[in-house]
Write a protein that binds this ligand. Structure first.
Ligand SMILES: Nc1ncnc2c1ncn2[C@@H]1O[C@H](COP(=O)(O)OP(=O)(O)OP(=O)(O)O)[C@@H](O)[C@H]1O
Ligand code: SF4
Ligand SMILES: [Mg+2]
Length: 339
């Protein structure tokens, strides 16, 4: 893979085979949560992964973390010494040393922290489990990491309940960073937080990235968070990446109708900027099963034509009319509404 990439996802699919389907007990349903995804992550960047609920963001993140073993495809990861490994092919034992390099920040700091463990135990656990430190060294590294995350190390003998929501998420971030990872997959890391503390945590993540030379894959359904934090964005719909772009370009000039629809659905605080069609096109997100021949967005797309039901566009942006359509970005919408 190119030298600037730390991660390269090639043709990755993840399917789940569930229980009885709609048509009786014998029909088992297969959900293609992630379907033939190709995606590169450059070292030091923040790559955003955005899309509606159920489109496969978490599943893709869990494949990178190897919490899931992908059904197909390769996940190439470049280690510090320049060697490449395919995470998708590694055994449990081979993965062990990588568990400290690729870490995650959980969504909900209230449920992800064990209430019966002290902060020192919570943050120190990955060091102990991975054999990275022992005894007083654990406490020292925990203290150092807490300090970096804006928490007073004196408080590390306390339990999570003694902390506010924002502080608990700082503890969760410290737990991710204590092993000195290189790549962090943050899945809805600020979604459970009050708006008032959200920007503090986002700023912290940005500062830590710079200080510690981190690469982030940042998963969120919240476009304003993505816009604030990410260098590049990949938009997911029903298991597929449909568009990928630099953040500014994506918000200014989306190239896939689904991206445009997502941008339009962002709530605008100023009622003068609200549009009557500020909602996603009607229709539930259909279950990502195998029965789809055409463009997956076709049932909801305002620009759909006959070909869209028959053929799926094969390259990004995954739209037959990407070259012909002039889609509205957020700025275009605002300008038109105020003029
Ligand atoms: N362990 C599982 N077993 C069966 N189906 C699953 C499993 N995990 C996810 N799915 C299905 O895969 C699809 C993608 O789910 P996923 O959680 O990855 O979406 P998401 O984009 O993270 O959604 P959200 O924004 O709600 O977090 C959904 O249809 C979901 O029901
Ligand atoms: S391919 Fe057709 S249905 Fe799909 S996004 Fe483009 S215009 Fe819409
Ligand atoms: Mg999710």
């Amino acid at each position: 893979m190119p030298a600037e990439d730390i991660l390269r996802i090639e043709g990755v699919s993840m399917q789940f085979t569930g229980g009885a389907g709609l048509f009786g007990r014998r029909n088992r349903t297969t959900v293609r949560a992630v379907d033939e995804v190709n995606l590169s992550v450059r070292k030091g960047e923040t790559l955003g992964l955005v899309g509606e609920s159920g489109c496969g963001k978490t599943t893709l993140g869990r494949c990178i973390l190897r919490a899931h073993k992908p059904s197909h495809g390769r996940i190439l990861y470049r280690r510090d010494d320049g060697t490449e490994v395919d995470l998708a092919a590694l055994s449990r034992a081979q993965l062990r040393p990588l568990r400290t390099e690729i870490r995650t920040v959980f969504q909900d700091p209230n449920s992800s922290l064990n209430p019966r463990m002290t902060v020192q135990q919570i943050v120190g656990e990955p060091l102990v489990v991975n054999g990275l430190a022992r005894g007083s060294e654990v406490a020292d590294r925990v203290a150092d990491t807490l300090r970096r995350c804006g928490l007073r190390p004196e408080l590390m003998r306390r339990y999570p309940h003694a902390f506010s929501g924002g502080e608990r998420q700082r503890i969760g971030i410290a737990r991710a960073l204590v092993t000195q990872p290189r790549l962090v997959v943050a899945d809805e890391a600020v979604s459970a937080l009050d708006v008032s503390v959200r920007s503090q945590i986002l700023n912290l993540l940005e500062d830590l990235q710079e200080e510690l030379d981190l690469t982030y894959v940042f998963i969120s359904h919240d476009l304003s968070v993505i816009q604030h934090l990410c260098d590049r964005v990949a938009v997911m719909y029903l298991g597929r990446i449909v568009e990928e772009a630099e953040t500014e370009d994506l918000f200014e000039q989306p190239r896939h109708p689904y991206t445009e629809a997502l941008l339009r659905s962002v709530p605008r605080p100023d009622p003068r900027l609200r549009r009557r069609d500020d909602v996603l096109p009607a229709g539930e997100v259909p279950a990502p099963d195998e029965a789809f021949a055409g463009c997956r967005f076709q049932p909801r797309c305002r620009y759909a034509e006959d070909i869209c039901a028959r053929e799926e566009p094969a390259t990004l942006p995954r739209c037959h009319f990407a070259e012909d359509l002039t889609l509205d970005g957020v700025y275009a919408t605002d300008v038109r509404q105020t003029s």
